[in-house]
Design a protein around this ligand. Structure first.
Ligand code: ZN
Length: 440
């Protein structure tokens, strides 16, 4: 990437295309996989790449890589949204930021840095939330690349882009390229809203991690993490019940660490450390720079191929649309087709209610809590209605007060087996329809 920075090579002003020598080889002639009907080598494709307006969501670990890659792939009109400011802990991998940038908005600093290094590229930053923008704003882009760490934000932009599709207007279909990383694992996927499997269809790929059964923690811990969870869930409750655990308080973490260490020694389990204790208790997954680099590279390759048609891309209907990467035991990637779901509440027919297993003896409160955990729902602040009644409404304080009394009632008193319920959550512009199936 830095090859042209040396003083012996022509700079941008002497030979404007010198920097793009290798890119031009791809753009000026067909390759072995090029579909010659859709690819026009040379000037037309270079021009359309430079004209393509592309939006990047997120200017963090993935976002820095994505912005740099897009700028070096020939995109010239890039927009970026991020609501965060730069923290000192970002500097080890978010390489567009320096110590003097701490406290400044990520989108703005990232935009200026890339502009200063890649002449001719224009990056328009917006410091704020994606929810601040409306459909008209998203309509101006040719495609959208996400480098987010939040499922909620992904679900929101996915539902918004699906909702924007107008069958009469091909321009309303905005390809969504989504990258994600978790430690040494990551994925890149391409979504053609309404045509291919969407983020909501794939929600179970982001299932909250299964908790270790309490009996394992209480009786036979096998891993250092089990000893930490034991200290966290059981020992604290037994010995320090009156104190509310504050995971940012070093004294509290030290107490848990020492408890966990002692238990680990009893069971001959090595490996409990202070930082592991902090990680387990705060549920921290380390961000790894190389994973970000690999996933961002894959996302930008897809963006480049979609913008230029130089090569087949992921996500075309009935082809692979999902690339998974695993870097913890080897360096392994594979791609597969994740199929669109007919009963997807976002891109499905919209009339189909998904079956939902419900224990009739649960209280409504138990049911509300379970919606946050269920891989297929993951709704943290749900409002629940049936055809007849509002069971619980959280979106307005008044309605919350009026419906709160239902929370202690049993599900069997409130709904019938087979009845449909509509669940909404302020975070998403989607109605989730479910059909209650009582456990026998
Ligand atoms: Zn879907």
């Amino acid at each position: 990437m830095e090859a042209n920075a040396g003083s012996t090579l022509p700079n941008d002003s002497e030979a404007p295309r010198a920097r793009w020598k290798y890119l031009d080889k791809i753009l000026n002639r067909p390759g072995p996989f090029t579909d010659e009907d859709s690819f026009m080598p040379g000037e037309p494709v270079i021009e359309s790449l430079e004209r393509a307006k592309i939006l990047v969501i997120g200017a963090g670990g993935l976002g820095c890589e994505i912005l740099k890659n897009l700028a070096l792939s020939g995109f010239k009109d890039i927009h970026v949204i991020d609501m965060d400011t730069i923290d000192v802990s970002n500097l080890n991998r978010q390489f567009l930021f320096r110590a003097s940038d701490v406290g400044k908005p990520k989108a703005e600093v990232a935009a200026r840095f890339v502009e200063s290094r890649v002449k001719g590229v224009k990056i328009t930053p917006y410091c704020g939330k994606i929810q601040d923008k409306d459909e008209e704003y998203y309509m101006q882009f040719a495609m959208i690349v996400c480098g987010l760490d939040s499922i909620e934000a992904r679900r929101w932009i996915n539902a918004t882009l699906v909702g924007m599709v107008d069958p009469e207007n091909p321009d309303s279909l905005k390809p969504l390229i989504d990258g994600g990383t978790e430690g040494l694992k990551g994925q890149a996927r391409v979504i053609f809203p309404t045509m291919t499997s969407c983020i909501e269809c794939q929600l179970d790929m982001h299932a909250p991690r299964a908790a270790v059964p309490l009996c394992t923690l209480a009786t036979i811990p096998r891993q250092p993490q089990h000893c930490i969870e034991w200290a966290h869930i059981i020992a604290w409750e037994e010995e320090r019940k009156e104190i509310t655990l504050d995971t940012d308080d070093p004294e509290h973490i030290t107490w848990l660490y020492q408890k966990a260490l002692k238990r680990a020694q009893e069971f001959n389990i090595p490996g409990v450390t202070y930082s592991m204790t902090q990680g387990v208790v705060k549920n921290i997954i380390p961000a790894i720079a190389s994973t970000n680099a690999i996933v961002a590279a894959s996302c930008c390759n897809e963006a480049f191929k979609i913008a230029t048609n130089t090569n087949p891309f992921l996500g075309f209907p009935e082809t692979d649309n999902y690339m998974m990467y695993t870097g913890d035991e080897s360096i392994y990637t594979y791609t597969f087709e994740h199929q669109k779901k007919d009963d997807c509440p976002v891109c499905g027919a919209g009339t189909i209610a998904r079956p939902l297993q419900v224990n009739p003896n649960w209280t409504l409160q138990d049911f509300v809590d379970s919606l946050a955990e269920r891989p297929e729902a993951q709704l943290k602040k749900p409002s629940i209605r049936t055809g007849e009644h509002s069971l619980y409404i959280q979106s307005l304080a008044d309605l919350e007060r009026q419906t709160r009394h239902n929370l202690t009632k049993k599900m069997s008193e409130l709904v019938e087996d087979g009845e449909e319920m509509v669940i909404t959550d302020k975070s998403f512009p989607t109605q989730f329809k479910y059909k209650v199936i009582f456990h026998k």
